[in-house]
Design a protein around this ligand. Structure first.
Ligand code: NDP
Length: 507
């Protein structure tokens, strides 16, 4: 059953849940309003609310219009059909806590290509103008907010009445069940995986479609702004789209292409393998991703910046590098797990910890923890290039308009990933126990800040005299000795009997 325990204290947990449930929807509307109608200026929006109070929120909140529902329904139905109909390799997800192995069809990249080609084709042949999406963005968000809330209620009911697998259950509390979800792998029928739909085929796909939309919209905006000579010249130089918008769009599209290229890998990450389908994940992917994740591009539509070739290329290359490093981190873990550690990481056989854990049924299983490559640099190192990449597709907005809004996504991402790292550490710590502690201590950065670690170093010499170790780490009352051939020996210090027992061969 996914994550069942809360990491923070109950008061923090409930406060953050209730705040997110109540504040996230108006925030989506406020961000859109400020970006599109208040010149991206938080001060202007603030001034508006000072004058109009809460009634002001009611005034700016667009009603979900028919065209908005139609756009969402067409997009959602198209993606659902692609998910079901396109061919793809059969892929098994990681074994769930209840011992189930979910099976997927790997057709995300194909669905992504079909979606973009269809969208651009509709535009090219004059069947549908993507600028319409931008013009009805507020109504679309408004409809998504309501529609996704209903969707999450249905998910909650499904979890109670007709769960798809034994990886489901209640925490005994309506708020937490609704927020975190009931099921880990909810499905419609045998094949339609709901989380793949919400997270990948709707959420991530809408991000790509909106990135293209903003670019196309800016292309059109030039005609309405052509009296403003500076904008006009800038658009002229870039063939209708500013270089800042181009850099932003290219980086976001490369990131999303990477996502779909690696989609099967995503199915073994926390979102899919650990987080259950509830408001947090599903509402987040259905509403928060298309609104907040796309916001740097949304801002640029009306606030084009001329970067110049040098700066544009510098930002582009830096962003591409970060996306590559983020991909490579995920790839290393995926290849390492898939080959059972029998692979090369940075040209060498990887160091690893064989960590055993107990399933909810009490069965003992083992997982491999990688301590080489990026995963040997620090825990959650992959979050660093993830944040930097987001910074690089936001920074084309520069700081010209004295607004931090184009950087809101980066700020949000830092908070999200810090919380996620904490949740993941907590989960892994309770799953793997001493093996996780051993993994954490293996990172010099973490361990060296621990004064006790310095004491352990003083034990190192005798072992080196024994000729058996190249590294010594103590955990509680246990010393772990990494021998030169990477076998792991355990030495109990409690009785000082120096009982050496071979735990696992790490090769
Ligand atoms: P991971 O894919 O890193 O998954 C964490 C899991 O990996 C852990 O729960 C554990 O699971 C396993 N694990 C941890 N350490 C090791 C290790 N040393 N060796 C092998 N396996 C290990 O986390 P995320 O799902 O957070 O990230 C996946 C990708 O998605 C990243 O690129 C991240 O940047 C990106 N991301 C983007 C977000 C966004 O909003 N833009 C949000 C979140 C993530 P197990 O139980 O299997 O051992």
């Amino acid at each position: 059953m996914g994550e069942t325990k809360t990491v923070h204290s109950p008061i923090v947990t409930y406060t953050s849940i209730v705040s997110l449930l109540t504040l996230a929807p108006p925030f989506v509307i406020l961000l859109w309003y400020t970006m599109v109608h208040a010149d991206g200026s938080v001060l202007q929006t603030f001034e508006y609310f000072r004058k109009h109070g809460l009634q002001g929120l009611k005034n700016i909140w667009p009603a979900p219009s028919l065209i908005a529902w139609k756009i969402i329904a067409c997009f959602g139905a198209f993606e659902a059909i692609l998910q079901l109909a396109l061919p793809g390799k059969r892929v098994e997800g990681p074994i769930s806590p209840n011992g189930n192995i979910p099976v997927y069809k790997e057709n995300g990249l194909l669905a992504y290509a079909v979606t973009l080609v269809t969208y651009l084709g509709l535009w090219w042949f004059g069947i549908f103008n993507p600028a319409v999406v931008y013009d009805h963005l507020g109504e679309i968000y408004s409809a998504l907010i309501v529609g996704s809330l209903v969707f999450c209620i249905l998910l909650y009911l499904k979890g109670h009445l007709a769960p798809s697998s034994s990886d489901s259950g209640s925490l005994g509390n309506f708020i937490i069940d609704f927020y975190w979800g009931m099921e880990l792998y909810p499905r419609i029928g045998k094949n339609f995986d709901i989380k793949v739909f919400t997270n990948c085929r709707f959420g991530m796909m809408s991000w790509a479609v909106l990135a293209v939309t903003y670019c196309i919209k800016q292309w059109f905006v030039q005609f309405s702004f052509d009296s403003q000579i500076i904008f006009y010249l800038q658009y002229e130089m870039n063939g209708g789209v500013s270089d800042s918008m181009l850099v932003n769009t290219v980086l976001m599209l490369v990131y999303i292409t990477k996502f779909f290229w690696w989609e099967a890998g995503y199915w073994s990450t926390m979102d899919i393998a650990h987080d259950r389908a509830g408001f947090y994940i599903c509402w987040g992917c259905l509403v928060w991703v298309p609104s907040i994740y796309t916001s740097p591009g949304m801002y640029l539509v009306n606030h084009p910046v001329h970067l110049g070739t040098q700066l544009a290329v510098l930002i582009l290359i830096s962003g591409l590098l970060c996306i590559y490093v983020n991909y490579d981190c995920d790839r290393q873990r995926q290849v390492f797990r898939r080959t059972n550690g029998k692979c090369l990481i940075w040209g060498k056989a990887p160091s690893k910890i064989v960590a055993s854990y107990k399933t909810e049924q009490g069965e003992t299983k083992t997982s491999l923890l990688l301590i080489s490559g990026w995963w040997g640099v620090s825990r959650h190192f992959h979050y660093v290039p993830e944040i930097l990449a987001a910074f690089f597709w936001s920074v084309p907005a520069l700081f010209n308009h004295a607004s931090f809004l184009p950087y809101f996504y980066v700020i949000f991402l830092i908070i999200l990933l810090l919380d996620r790292a904490k949740r993941d550490d907590d989960r892994c710590s309770s799953k793997y126990g001493k093996y996780w502690k051993m993994y954490c201590d293996k990172h010099i950065g973490d361990a060296s800040s621990d004064p006790e670690h310095l004491d352990y170093c003083s034990y190192e010499a005798p072992w080196i005299i024994l000729g058996a170790s190249d590294r010594l780490i103590e955990l509680d009352f246990t010393v772990y000795l990494f021998t030169s051939n990477s076998s792991l020996l355990e030495v109990s210090l409690v009785d000082m009997s120096l009982k050496l027992c071979l735990l696992n061969s790490l090769l």
